[in-house]
Ligand binder design. Sequence first.
Ligand code: ATP
Ligand code: MG
Length: 667
Amino acid sequence: MTESSETLANLSTEERRFEPPKELAEHANLTEEAYAEAEADRLGFWEKQADRLDWETRWDTVLDWDDPPFAKWFVGGRINAAYNCVDRHVEAGRGDKVAFHWVGEPEDDTRDLTYADLKDEVSRAANALVELGVKTGDRVAIYMPMIPETAIAMLACARIGAPHTVVFGGFSSDALASRLADCDAKVVITSDGGYRRGAPSALKPAVDEAVQKAKDNDDHEVRSVLVVRRTGEDVEWHEGRDVWWHELVAGQSAEHECEFFDSEHPLYVMYTSGTTGKPKGILHTTGGYLVGCSYTHWGIFDLKPETDVYWCTADVGWVTGHSYGVYGPLANGATSVMYEGTPDTPGKGRWWEICETYGVTIFYTAPTAIRTFMKWGGDIAGQHDLSKIRLLGSVGESINPEAYVWYRENIGASRAPIVDTWWQTETGSIMISPLPGVTAGKPGSAMKSIPGIVVDVVTEEGESVPNGSGGFLVVKEPWPSMLRTLWGDDERFKDTYWSRFADHGFYFAGDGAKKDDDGDIWLLGRVDDVMNVSGHRLSTTEIESALVSHPKVAEAAVVGAADETTGQAVCAFVILRESALADGEEAPESLIQELRSHVQKEIGAIAKPRQVMVVPELPKTRSGKIMRRLLKDVAEKREVGDVTTLADSTVMDLIGKGMKSGTGDES
Ligand code: ATP
Ligand code: MG
């Protein structure tokens, strides 16, 4: 066995460092001491974080880990998530504070909701759900655009202890039908539609279809469909099943006495992105989850609720929209922005216009969005006043060093620190991240586990790898916001996350990572995506980042395709920046060769792509992650696999048509 086949090769290097701004460091919510404090007494540290919330009954035991991997946190505690997100702020005299500046996609369609407004609306919606017969423990599906009623619906469910399952509004009726049946949801909350790309986009027809499909395929009966009127378009109506939100909810009392639930009461089921295959129904419970969201939102984003205006661009259809769009910021009494539409409607500066209008100070988005802005090029953001932005965040994929630097310079005025936050639907909240007031950031590295979390990179045998080496990312100790199981499937839960390092009791995240010479962590992509080229194990992330560092490239995806001589060969798909080619011009062969050589120069001959294909788009999940397995099908000339979790299912045709491919013989 060659040395390089033991662990992931550590190929690229990054020398740039960005110190935290002095002013931020001086007043930071989380300081260097937090690491030592958490290390000295991890459970005590979490108890302190749990005290950020209001408990009706305090817990008697912090953690019950007697029956791993089934954890119980804050055992004996009783809490209500909606009360913590809404009522307690009103009771503390902050009812007039804005909870959401909501921005519809059509221009001048805005609405501000204060915490007092939110309390009334959530109470009405909770009363309405009770009238529909929803009981504590019943599941409610939410299939909505990004409108205030979506957050209200989630909180109303939480208030009565009915776990919600939010399904991304861009998903098909098939995806909705299988989720309805999987978690046995009897009530669906939806809307006639929402606005996308300048036009109404219907949702209700997909619900009608999904309800029918769930019945036909799984004999699953949906009792009620609660419909918000948003676009005013005609909808088909099923008497006896369908109910208008404005008719049922508006007439309810704005008083609703909330009940407190066991800390381990289920809060929601969220299906993962489906980047790697069939989505998994992740179960989160109440107390620990809320502790994780509230602590990290306060600490990692350095939230100052009195002065900050915070915007997380994630759709509520994925976990970031839950933890950092709803539960984290509301638990902390923050003022947030919520936007309904796409970033390019009516123009490519829409996001920056919103940041300027509301004076956004903390901005959290995904690398895919940042790379899209890089692709558009020009000085679109520069036309807006972004001077209030003081902190930037990134989540969902590794942020390529080039994209990091672009983000920092163009959105953060070369001043705002970037928190590259690694976490998963399963982890519930941020696990690895720089601390904005402590860490000197390195472009491309998520740095190290945050205080309270114990993450490591280990070998196949579960041994911690030395600095400079790569391996498997694991979590060594339980944490409050960890998933409790996969909905209805304890065996798959154990198998997927806890079997690989069963002897050590580690949680296996499925991601590969490396430690650099300072011991800082670099995420390298899915372990399943690791390529084996002539016995060398190469990560997708590093080669992609090398491609993105070329001035003509905006986005890149790399896969290993079967190769007769090398076992696997590197195949790259790239999207060029708009400035790279003249209108209608095809990518010349010389550019393809230049890109191949660029990777060789940045990383080494072993990583030089066999093929570089210039494509107009890449297949992405709803949360913007690249679906490499579909590209692998293309590279290996197979029929393309399951595309049901693609955000836009026409992309694969586009790739087929618009593909300009170049190969080389040497290397
Ligand atoms: P599925 O598990 O169904 O394939 P998914 O893993 O894409 O879907 P999510 O839970 O939304 O669904 O994504 C979590 C994954 O996203 C992580 O395991 C990791 O691969 C990636 N990720 C998230 N944040 C970062 C980050 N900051 N750096 C690198 N990778 C990240
Ligand atoms: Mg995953």
